[in-house]
Every structure is written in C-alpha cells, then in structure tokens.
Design a protein around this ligand. Sequence first.
Ligand SMILES: *Cc1c(COP(=O)(O)O)cnc(C)c1O
Ligand code: SF4
Length: 352
Amino acid sequence: MITRRRAFLQENIIIAASEAQSHRDARVPSTWQQQLTHAIRDPQILCERLGLSRDWLAVARIGHDLFDVCVPEAYLTRIAHADINDPLLRQVMPLGDEALTPQGYVVDPLEEADHRPAKGLIHKYAGRVLLIASPNCAINCRYCFRRHFPYSDNSPSRAQWQEALDYLRSDTTLHEAILSGGDPLAANDRQLAWLVEQLESIAHLKRLRIHTRLPVVIPDRVDDALLGWLTSTRLQTVVVLHINHANEIDQAVVDACARLKRAGATLLNQSVLLRGINDDVATLAALSERLFEAAILPYYLHVLDPVQGAAHFDVPDDEARDLVAALRDHLPGFLMPRLVREIPGKGSKTPL
Ligand SMILES: *Cc1c(COP(=O)(O)O)cnc(C)c1O
Ligand code: SF4
C-alpha cells in the first residue's frame, strides 16, 4: 500500500511541477487541487516549518514509513509554532509509537472486507449503503482506521460502478447513499456529478450523505463546481464533517460551511475521542460551541477503532463515559454528540 501511495504521490508531483510552472506568472489563487498537490508530504519539511527539533524528526520518520505524512498548507496555518502538544499537530504528526503492536490492535478493525456486495460498496446497515467514492484523502490522520485499507481494490472506475449501481437499483429498501472514502471530495467534480446523477435516477433513494474532512482541511474545496452538483440534485443532502478540535474551525472553514448550507445541505460533525487531543470536558465543550457557530451540529463522538499504529490515542470506555456525562452539565442537549463504538457485525453504531 505504501508503494502504491508513493506512486500516486510521484504522479502528483509531476502534475504539480507543470501546474506550478503554468500558474507562476498568472498569479491566480491556488485551486484546491493545487493546494492538495503542494501538501507537505515530508516529515523534515513538517518539522522545519513548525520549528520542531531534530529529535522529533527522528521519531517522525518512523511513523512516516508506516503511513505517509500529508498536511496541506491551509491546515498547517492553524497549528501553533514549536508546540509538539498542539492538538492539530498531534493529529497529523507521525510518531515512533505507531510502530507498537499491542494485542487487539489490528489491520481491519471493522472487518469491512466481509460486507462488500460490489466493488466500492459497503452494505452493513439497513436502508443505507456506503460508496467508496475516492481512495484518497487530503490529510493523513494518524489515528485513522483506514490507514491499512486496501484501496487499490476499492476505487472503481465509471464502468465498474455499474455493479454497485445495479445493487442499489435492485434493493428498494435503500433510501440513502453515503459517499465515503478515503475522502469522497478528493474525487473531481465531473466524476462526482456523474455519480450523483446516477444515484438520483434511482427512485427509492431519498438522501445523499457525504462523509468528508476536505472542507475542513482545504476550505477552498467548497468551490462553484462542487456547489453546482450539490445544489441541483433532487436528493436531500447531508454533509457529515470530521472535526476533532475547535482550533480546526477558522474563518475559512466557517465560510465554507456557510456555502454548503446555502446549497441546502444539513451539516453534521463526527469526532474521534483522542488521547492528548480532545480528551477533556473543556475541549469537548469548546468544540461543540464552535461547531454551532459554523452552523454544524455534533453527531457522533467515536471511541477509537482498535487499528494497529494508533493505540497511543486510545481513551478507555469508562473514562469516555465519564467525560460525556460531565459534558452534559455544560451543554444544551442539541450540542451533545452521541458517544459510540463501531462493533463488527452489529446493525448500527453501538451507543456506549
Ligand atoms: C457508520 C456507517 C454508516 C452510517 O451509519 P449512521 O449511523 O447512519 O451514521 C453506514 N454504513 C457503514 C458501513 C458505516 O460504517
Ligand atoms: S480524512 Fe478521514 S479517512 Fe482520511 S485519513 Fe483522515 S480520518 Fe482517515
């Protein structure tokens, strides 16, 4: 997988070089694609840019060899300088701890390999299916349960989507299609517009849900091309963002959310409870408050999936329950996320 990622990367660097050339003189503002292409993908540059010592570079290299660094500039600007404990840095900074292999932490913690009726499609829950619309992400989150995901087997081409679309057409109990990934918004808008057109032609589908971190990582992703297909679909649209800390929501993110909202989308957020990042009441309360300022409602607070390489982020269930109970004393009910775990084989997320 790492080799494949590298190949993808090299391709991008070549595109980047030619794009940089053609845009240098024009002085046009960077598109989201250019920002993605120029994301920091080298632990040394990450450490230098943030003023971290060479000792940190040595451990960063260990984590990077297991799962590549990827941090776009727009996200980097929200990270404090020379602070290894910055809650945004901790989400993207590779560490030596990722090489630990404690018992119970596995490569496919959700056993998704067992629920694929067609290429690019995961059907676990009644009434809704998940489509892997893009294998790529705009950022590599160190705790991600997909860090070992065999994406090359699950990023279908247009022709290969037919099998998934046939499955959706034939099952009239389905009412919602969820675009996921990777990050579905890492796909280009031509492809996404085509896919949404196919989906809306299926009469029993009512809702289109998009699980994405891109509007947070690169707010310019919410551009006219995206808003075009999002606004024009007959399907009701829900965008589930992924934000773990209030500091992730700067003005550009607030503006991007306002554009999504104007396009008719309902905005929800899912977070992961992460040791050293958001595992205290004040931080979680501030996150909910800030989400609402951006017109987003908290949806899920996930406990960590036991994926190999992420054990150092784990918060035990009892502590998670206590935290959420204490949070209830600080927030109105509508700003309370639901604390859940994903248990393989269950028909929904499991409340804790
Ligand atoms: C999480 C998930 C969903 C969505 O679950 P909701 O509870 O509706 O948010 C759907 N399909 C799969 C495979 C999932 O993992
Ligand atoms: S954006 Fe989502 S899928 Fe991609 S690395 Fe981060 S958590 Fe994982």
